[in-house]
Design a protein around this ligand. Structure first.
Ligand SMILES: Nc1ncnc2c1ncn2[C@@H]1O[C@H](COP(=O)(O)OP(=O)(O)OP(=O)(O)O)[C@@H](O)[C@H]1O
Ligand SMILES: [Mg+2]
Length: 269
């Protein structure tokens, strides 16, 4: 089972879009996928038309509600979801007195083994829920939309990630950087892409593919559909298919060769 977080402390860079479309895309390829929303904004539920008024990530984290209750089965073929809602904003206070509160998610999820992939969408903050996510997953995809602030957010996220791994003496994580909302006709996009690839921290992890800007991404989310359900012929569907293939191939390679060290990030010395 591969556990992947989608992250960037900067807001509005395409984290939820990537989480949802990667999860649905992997499921369409026959992989069994659990998509977890660790963001109190609850955008995963909004994007896939999942009911999130009760039995959410809040109940799993705060009250150890049984997984069967919080997991929505069959949201799409091969795709289950743990949704979130704004109650999760209160988790920071609610969990303040818990021992090892940063590892609650890993503890709650330890019996989740029947999936090929767990994809975790995170909020635009290095919150307790994000730290819990980082101490559960084995891979993080940093999503960077084509503006300078998104790049800065990703650098800050990577530094924060290293600190968390160091403090908790946690094993190295596999890192990837995904450029998104790319528009070749704008200077901003071209400049940010160049800066991203040459950035000393992020450059080595940039994936050999990117997601183009495509207004149909917003339309698909508003229609509560994945990009493939909305329009499988559109640019973003083509690009997200490449991401899905890349993730599937990576799993096949690491299954054959043991875990590769390429692209791994360890705790800061
Ligand atoms: N490739 C794309 N082309 C055009 N618009 C996009 C693309 N990807 C995402 N968007 C739009 O950008 C906005 C922000 O995307 P999204 O919600 O995925 O970001 P986020 O990082 O999850 O935000 P937050 O930090 O608030 O959780 C949404 O309106 C979404 O539809
Ligand atoms: Mg989001």
């Amino acid at each position: 089972m591969k556990k992947i977080a989608i992250a960037n402390m900067k807001g509005g860079v395409g984290k939820t879009t990537t989480s949802v479309n990667l999860a649905v895309g992997l499921a369409m390829k026959g992989a069994k996928v659990l998509l977890v929303d660790m963001d109190p904004q609850g955008n995963v539920a909004h994007s896939l038309k999942v009911k999130a008024s009760q039995n959410t990530i809040f109940d799993l984290m705060a009250d150890d509600m049984v997984l069967e209750k919080v997991i929505r089965g069959g949201v799409r073929e091969n795709l289950d979801v743990i949704p979130s809602n704004n109650l999760a904003f209160g988790l920071e206070n609610r969990l303040a007195g818990e021992t090892l509160r940063e590892k609650i998610f890993a503890r709650r999820m330890r019996h989740v083994v029947d999936y090929d992939y767990v994809i975790v969408d995170t909020s635009p903050a290095m919150s307790l829920l994000t730290v819990n996510t980082l101490l559960y997953v084995d891979k993080v995809i940093l999503v960077v939309s084509m503006d300078q602030m998104a790049l800065i957010g990703a650098v800050q996220s990577l530094a924060g990630l290293k600190r968390v791994l160091s403090v908790f003496d946690s094993p190295a994580l596999d890192i990837a950087v995904l450029a998104t909302m790319y528009n070749a006709s704008t200077n901003g996009s071209r400049e940010t892409m160049t800066a991203l690839k040459s950035d000393p921290d992020l450059g080595p992890y940039v994936l050999p593919l990117f997601i183009r800007q495509d207004v149909k991404v917003s339309y698909s989310a508003a229609s509560k559909k994945s990009i493939w359900e909305y329009d499988p012929r559109t640019r973003a569907a083509e690009d997200y298919s490449k991401l899905v293939e890349h993730i599937l191939e990576e799993k096949a390679v690491s299954a054959n060769a043991g875990n590769s060290e390429i692209g791994e990030v360890a705790a800061q010395a």
